[in-house]
Design a binder for this molecule. Structure first.
Ligand SMILES: NC(=O)c1ccc[n+]([C@@H]2O[C@H](COP(=O)([O-])OP(=O)(O)OC[C@H]3O[C@@H](n4cnc5c(N)ncnc54)[C@H](OP(=O)(O)O)[C@@H]3O)[C@@H](O)[C@H]2O)c1
Length: 208
């Protein structure tokens, strides 16, 4: 059972997900790149009840750990603390922030497959990556609400994608499992699922 969500990255997406996770009743531990004291006040104000901690602690304490940092910084994540964990990759390659893609990820694989090879002892699922943080904030709604938006999920292990689907549902979105990690290409910048803030049916049409 998921009780605690660890979040690495306390920027726009990390804080928005911390807010949604608190609203859904999860314990939240969130880290930026450095001293937790630097983010403690903003977390207290923006995501009340979430705890600002060091990145190793966020990784260790999370039953699920969400990566919400610039993709080009992936090598700075606390790899050992993520051993055995289900890790959600919400990162995208964004040229303005990360520079040329080939400097970070080999061209022939998806960014999440590359992350999985960097974290061989963790289980990576791509999710919560294609919707902008404004939409994540504004469009979260209880299950069954009219006009509920969907979040796509890609991963190699069925139980893990189902666990993430449950999390997505509780955060306020209809989950759509689109297939294995490789299918995450459909969600990357420049591909049909990227930027989508649409219904489950429409997202299915875009990502199949
Ligand atoms: N912006 C969006 O709407 C959006 C939507 C979906 C997905 N994404 C993806 O989500 C990721 C985060 O985007 P963002 O817009 O939230 O970026 P952001 O506002 O720039 O925040 C990035 C955060 O990552 C932290 N960080 C850097 N290295 C870290 C590490 N090793 N451990 C923990 N935290 C670390 C930074 O901390 P410091 O400030 O201390 O360096 C900062 O808090 C990116 O990969 C982006 O492509 C963004």
């Amino acid at each position: 059972m998921i009780k605690t969500i660890g979040i690495l990255g306390a920027g726009k997406v990390g804080v928005t997900l911390a807010q949604l996770a608190r609203k859904a009743g999860y314990e939240v531990v969130i880290a930026g790149s450095g001293d937790p004291a630097k983010i403690a006040l903003s977390i207290k104000v923006l995501a009340p009840g979430a705890h600002a901690v060091a990145k190793e602690e966020a990784a260790l304490r999370g039953d699920i750990v969400i990566l919400a940092l610039p993709l080009s910084k992936y090598a700075t994540i606390p790899k050992d603390a993520l051993k055995g964990k289900l890790v959600i990759d919400s990162m995208n390659h964004w040229h303005e922030v990360d520079g040329p893609r080939e400097d970070t990820i080999p061209e022939d694989i998806t960014s999440s497959e590359h992350l999985q090879s960097f974290l061989p002892e963790s289980r990576v699922v791509k999710a919560l990556s294609h919707m902008g943080y404004h939409e994540l904030h504004d469009h979260a709604k209880p299950k069954g609400s009219d006009g509920r938006k969907a979040i796509a999920i890609a991963g190699d292990i069925k139980e893990d994608t189902e666990t993430v689907a449950h999390l997505v549902n509780t955060l306020g979105f209809d989950p759509l499992i689109i297939g294995v990690l490789k299918k995450g290409r459909q969600l990357e910048p420049g591909n049909p699922g990227f930027g989508a803030s649409i219904s489950r049916e429409d997202l299915h049409l875009r990502t199949r």
